[in-house]
Design a protein around this ligand. Structure first.
Ligand SMILES: [Zn+2]
Length: 629
């Protein structure tokens, strides 16, 4: 719902007053009130349409529908509506263009031509500061104050003077920074640490706790969202008013069952927000009442020319990838799966959050090494690292990434076992909401399906989440929802298939899955592997040894892996090149990386083979060879 909640403050704590007259808008997200309250801008659930409601007439106008203009539009102090569009250009790099729209005469303007990386909109008293990574522009008075965030850095602009501070120390990043109406304080979210209030020099004045999407209600109170969301499902959301000095009571502005989200205030005590009802969202606001048509079906898409970029050579730009290792914190939502591990001779814990993190850390390292720029949503595995979806998506959006990759493993949830890679993107199958998402999924799956370290029960599969879960329009997987980057989530393997769970306990196995994903990204961004190296990977297993696991087994998983044994790789002259000792987690996995092309031999000194296994290493290729007794 989009409502205006009036708050009378001073000595008394504020009390919300929700006006009784409402405007209802189907599926309205990220509502923004114009400075004179004459208009409300909002986005459709997919972020693809930016719509402006005239509060006096109740009519809606599509401001833009090209380049995903939704979700982060802002009104400037000059009354214009500013927004950023995205476009994939050469090598699938994403370029962002800043636009504005004048509600008074319905005129469009390109405010800052296309550039690679983040373009951040920072409202000011007289207009808008547009902070791009290569080019910036201030519309209005350059001496105005504004704030924005870059990684774990808060940037405060004041009278033409720039201050960069990190009041909350390092974390996955800072987001949602804004200035109090009197310009004396800044509120922002340090991801995983909660909300901070600091002065314009970065001195921390208060910590407000774990809330999302803060905005100044007035100089003394911050409106924010309380969310019990986790990485898999978005649960109930509630809006609260927080005393900015950290003292006093938290005031509930909405009921828990109203499921309110996306609070926005211009510091005048009114709040615009989205509320979920039976289907999609309904927006409410004071002093107006009308049902609106479904804007999507009745207006045509607009087109506009995007000016050519200058001074940037796409060939020299590093692609930027946002890596999201799924879940976190060893909690219940983390899918803990204790199981009897034969090699360990004991019950062993498996958490999806652990193997996701191993894969995520490896992917960041591999991509950095390959010359990418990488941003990640977590590097640790505590409850605080299990970020709400809203934070993950906002972090990714603020990072200026070219692609978003979420790493998971799968489970059937029923007795039947299977094992195959599944890549999901937002939208119906074959119709991704964010262009390029299906291409990333296909590129990654090509290598995931060719990965022979895991025996597969079926071929790899890519699907849109609207289709796959049979949820239909506007629902979809949490971390892909409200995420307008070219994005995909890969369920690399099935962790409820016990032999797979054993493999996922091996960090080199997780590294290899990340390696496979990186090869898909290389294809997507047209970056051929120039390392000139290859790798050899396989599993050592014994057909004579027994498994205690009696469930269905695929391929060579019917053999019992050999644990704690040394596999030796020699060159064609018999000189030892490397050795790998398999772990004690009943997977038999061994991997030799960074090998020069050529002929090699595999053998096991403690259980010599009749004939060493000859393997051929080729540049840029993965060679698979199992050792079976
Ligand atoms: Zn998962």
């Amino acid at each position: 719902m989009l409502a205006t909640a009036s708050i009378a403050c001073c000595a008394q704590p504020p009390r919300p007053v929700i006006d009784s007259a409402y405007v209802s808008v189907e599926r309205a997200y990220f509502p923004q009130l114009s400075p004179d309250t004459s208009h409300v801008a909002y986005s459709t659930v997919d972020g693809l349409w930016l719509i402006l409601r005239d509060c006096a007439t109740g009519s809606d106008l599509v401001v833009d529908s090209v380049g995903a203009p939704g979700y982060d539009a802002r009104f400037g102090g000059d009354g214009r509506l500013y927004y950023v569009t995205m476009e994939r250009r050469k090598n699938n790099l994403v370029y962002r263009t800043a636009h504005s729209f004048n509600p008074a005469d319905s005129s469009h303007r390109v405010e800052l031509e296309a550039q690679h990386g983040a373009v951040r909109l920072c409202p000011t008293a007289s207009g808008m500061a547009i902070e791009g990574e290569h080019k910036s522009r201030v519309i209005g008075d350059k001496r105005d104050k504004w704030v924005y965030t870059v990684g774990s850095k808060l940037v405060i602009m004041n009278g033409g003077h720039k201050t960069e501070v990190s009041p909350a120390g390092k974390c996955a990043g800072y987001i949602w920074a804004s200035l109090s109406p009197d310009g004396k304080r800044v509120v922002f979210d340090a991801v995983g640490k909660g909300l901070y209030v600091c002065d314009p020099n970065g001195k921390v004045q208060a910590r407000l706790g774990n809330y999302l999407m803060p905005a100044w209600l007035d100089n003394d109170y911050v409106v924010a969202m309380l969310s019990s969301a986790n990485n898999r499902t978005v649960k109930k959301q509630q809006l609260v008013a927080l005393p900015a000095d950290g003292s006093g009571d938290v005031i509930e502005l909405t009921q828990p069952d109203e499921d309110a989200s996306y609070p926005m205030s211009r510091g005048d005590g009114r709040v615009a927000y989205s509320g979920r009802h039976s289907e999609g969202c309904v927006a409410l606001m004071a002093n107006a009442e009308c049902e609106v048509r479904n804007a999507k079906s009745e207006v045509s898409r607009q087109t506009h020319d995007i000016p050519a970029i200058s001074g940037l050579d796409a060939g020299k730009i590093s692609p930027r990838v946002f890596v999201n290792p799924g879940h976190g914190g060893h909690d219940n939502n983390d899918r803990p799966c204790p199981f009897l591990n034969d090699a360990a001779g004991a019950t062993v814990q498996y958490y999806e959050s652990e193997s996701n993190l191993e894969k995520g850390k490896a992917l960041c390292e591999i991509l950095s090494h390959k010359g990418y720029r990488v941003i990640t949503s977590r590097v640790d595995n505590t409850t605080a690292d299990d970020l709400p979806l809203f934070e993950i998506v906002a972090l990714a959006a603020n990072s200026g990434a070219d692609a978003f990759v979420s790493l998971h493993s799968n489970a059937t949830g029923v007795a039947k076992r299977m094992n195959f890679p599944l890549a999901l993107y937002r939208g119906y199958t074959g119709e991704p909401k964010s262009e390029g998402s299906d291409q990333i999924a296909k590129a990654v799956l090509k290598y995931a399906g060719a990965n022979q370290l895991a025996p597969w029960s079926a071929t790899e599969r890519a699907a849109g989440d609207y289709s796959f879960y049979n949820w239909g329009y506007g629902v979809g997987l949490g971390v892909l929802r409200y995420n307008k980057l070219p994005a995909m989530l890969i369920e690399g393997t099935f962790h409820d298939y016990v032999p797979e769970r054993c493999r996922l306990l091996n960090s080199d196995y997780c590294w290899h899955e990340a390696w496979v994903v990186s090869k898909g990204l290389d294809d997507y961004f047209s970056r051929p592997d120039k390392s000139g190296k290859g790798l050899v990977a396989g599993v050592i297993a014994d057909s004579q040894a027994k498994r205690s696991y009696k469930g269905q087994l695929f391929g060579r998983d019917s053999y019992r892996p050999v644990s704690g044994v040394e596999v030796v790789l020699s060159d064609k002259h018999g000189h030892r090149v490397a050795s790998y000792k398999t772990d004690m987690r009943d997977n038999g996995v061994f991997i030799f990386r960074n090998l020069k092309p050529g002929t090699y031999h595999l053998d096991v000194p403690s259980r010599p083979l009749d004939e060493p296994i000859e393997v051929e290493v080729k540049a840029g290729r993965d060679t698979y060879a199992d050792i079976l007794y």
